[in-house]
Design a binder for this molecule. Structure first.
Ligand code: GTP
Length: 322
């Protein structure tokens, strides 16, 4: 079976300040880190060994995921002292399982994507084409903000194009790739390499079999605060959801697809709208929390009003969720 690599080492600059203390892939969607949603999707596709390619705030992942046995998976951690870029990170992570002797394909996940596409079908498509690399492609209404990836009639990638005003296709790279082990050995070792800007264009230019697996299913890149909140609302799909052991006073009003983590407590008369609240958070009585992100283990005093804010145990900063 294939081996998974999750790219989770980026700085998450566009999500600041939410990523000041939490790496982007550990931000919660419906009470679970984005990475956990991805592990569950990988497992569903029969991928039981996954390497987390970490760098920024790498120490946050291991206490949460451990050796993966809680999920019935084997998890390994490849830590880059300095971020090696998406390509360098893949090479570094794959070395942990001796990719040069491996006959197994690698499935690489950008760690900031929620996708319900059929990973097993993407792997089958890769094998059926004897491809070197196969990318999941998604069609967007307006591709101007993305690089686009044209394919021919059998799905072979013909080019990798940078952002442009008149994209020639609306198919974009959805951030999940299958790689044959031979391709990984061609990524230079210990160097900063971008898979999107260097490896893929070079493979296509040199005529190697790179394919696009097109599937339209739920897909979201959670790279900005507005997108993260959209992903959370999509997951909640109702007024709100709350995790195990959370106590909510009966007269609280919680709406707007808010998500409350596990082991939290919300006092009488509090109103929470379009917000993400972490685990172990204490919110006192008569608080108003709107369009805000409250990190795990915060204490909010009774009567506090929080609008458009990121709150951690040590920070109180404005955010925009629109
Ligand atoms: P921005 O700073 O907001 O652009 O975010 P980012 O760099 O964290 O993410 P980007 O969208 O550029 O990268 C896609 C995925 O690759 C994310 O899940 C990142 O965590 C991951 N990633 C980016 N650069 C590196 C890196 O140098 N090393 C590792 N291990 N992962 C990376």
């Amino acid at each position: 079976m294939a081996i998974g690599i999750l790219l989770v080492g980026g700085f998450g600059t566009r999500l600041k300040p939410l990523t000041n203390q939490t790496p982007k892939p550990m931000l919660p969607i419906g009470g679970l880190p984005v990475t956990e949603h991805q592990l569950l999707a990988a497992k569903k596709a029969g991928i039981n060994t996954v390497i987390l390619a970490t760098s920024y705030l790498s120490e946050v992942f291991i206490p949460y995921f451990g050796d993966g046995s809680k999920w019935g998976m084997k998890l390994l951690y490849a830590v880059e002292k300095e971020p090696l870029g998406t390509g360098g990170a893949i090479r570094n992570a794959a070395a942990m399982v001796g990719f040069s002797q491996s006959s197994e394909d690698f499935v690489i996940f950008n760690g900031d994507v929620l996708s319900k596409h059929d990973i097993a079908a993407q792997l089958d498509f890769h094998k059926a084409n004897s491809a070197d690399a196969t990318l999941h492609l998604i069609e967007v209404a307006d591709a101007r903000a993305f690089g686009c990836v044209p394919t021919d009639s059998v799905g072979r990638v013909t080019d990798f194009l940078e952002k442009m005003d008149n994209p020639i296709t609306n198919d974009i790279n959805a951030g999940c790739y299958v790689f044959s082990p031979s391709v990984i050995s061609e990524i230079p070792e210990g160097k900063v390499i971008s898979i999107e800007r260097e490896t893929f264009p070079q493979l296509v230019k040199s005529g190697r079999p790179v394919y696009g697996y097109r599937e339209q299913s739920y897909w979201l890149d959670i790279g900005t605060p507005a997108a993260l909140f959209r992903g959370s609302r999509d997951f909640v799909a109702g007024d709100f959801m709350a995790g195990v052991g959370t106590k909510i006073a009966s007269d609280c009003i919680i709406t707007g697809g808010s998500s409350i983590g596990a082991g939290s407590s919300i006092g009488t008369g509090s109103v929470i709208t379009n917000s993400i609240v972490g685990d172990g958070v204490f919110i006192g009585d008569n608080c108003t929390i709107t369009d805000s992100f409250i990190l795990h283990n915060c204490q909010i005093a009774s009567g506090t009003e929080i609008i458009g804010k990121y709150i951690s145990p040590t920070e109180n900063l404005p955010i925009s969720t629109q």
